[in-house]
Design a protein around this ligand. Structure first.
Ligand code: CA
Length: 231
């Protein structure tokens, strides 16, 4: 039996969704608070999430992003305002579907079924989901399709080489690369070139993505060796 978690602070709506989903043989839990909802979502016990946007404790934007850092199970986001839905799409948080309130419970059940089937089909075929194009690490998000980078939901403008360097490091977490190696891989030139370029680019990336560039959380300097992306 598929298990669904509803994170919704309007109790009447949550109960209505639960009733309809249970009639379709789903097992359903409800959380009314954002933070508790996220904790429960991360327990790993659920096959699909129905997530309201405006919640006490923590909003749906952050919850969606945090769930996505941990699992690619389907997320259906719900909001009373269409503008919010457009905003969520724009942020590329990785939700699978969006529903505007009020909606018919029948529509919700149909979408839940469709997403579960799709997920099972993709998993069975071992096909990478579209969200594999998005790399999430502790508040840092890299979209490898559009080459965009966000930190805590705020988009950062990186140059092409900064983007390539950051993405390369993030794709090889905890692996230490020498400056010469990075120069060769990113600039496609022999390592006899100016490897100081790497240092300059790392500095620029840190200025853009780190809250405190002197105490970097993402790209760490390994003295005498090179750099590594901390996982
Ligand atoms: Ca709400």
């Amino acid at each position: 039996m598929n298990k669904i978690l509803i994170i919704e602070d309007e109790v009447a709506i949550a109960e209505l969704e639960k009733d309809y989903l249970e009639l379709s043989d789903f097992s359903v839990d409800i959380e009314n608070d954002g933070k508790k909802g996220l904790d429960r979502a991360l327990s790993g016990n659920y096959d699909l999430f129905i997530l309201d946007l405006m919640l006490p404790g923590m909003d749906g934007f952050e919850i969606c992003e945090r769930i996505r850092e941990n699992t690619d199970k389907p997320i259906i986001m719900v909001s009373a305002r269409k503008e919010d839905i457009d905003k969520i799409r724009g942020l590329g948080l990785g939700a699978d579907d969006y529903i505007t309130k009020p909606f018919s419970p029948g529509e919700l059940v149909a979408r839940v079924k469709a997403h579960l089937q799709r997920y099972e089909r993709l998993t069975a075929q071992g096909i990478a989901r579209q969200n594999n194009d998005i790399l999430h690490v502790r508040g840092l998000k890299i979209d490898r399709t559009s080459h965009r980078v966000w930190v805590q939901g705020e988009e950062k403008q990186l140059t092409q080489k900064e983007y390539e360097l950051l993405t390369f490091l993030a794709e090889h977490p905890n692996h230490v690369f020498s400056k010469a190696e990075l120069f060769k891989r990113i600039w496609n030139m022999d390592s006899i070139g100016d490897i100081a370029t790497v240092t300059v680019h790392i500095k620029k990336i840190r200025e853009k993505i780190e809250a405190d560039k002197n105490n970097p959380q993402y790209i760490e300097t390994i003295w005498g060796v090179g750099y590594r992306f901390k996982m």
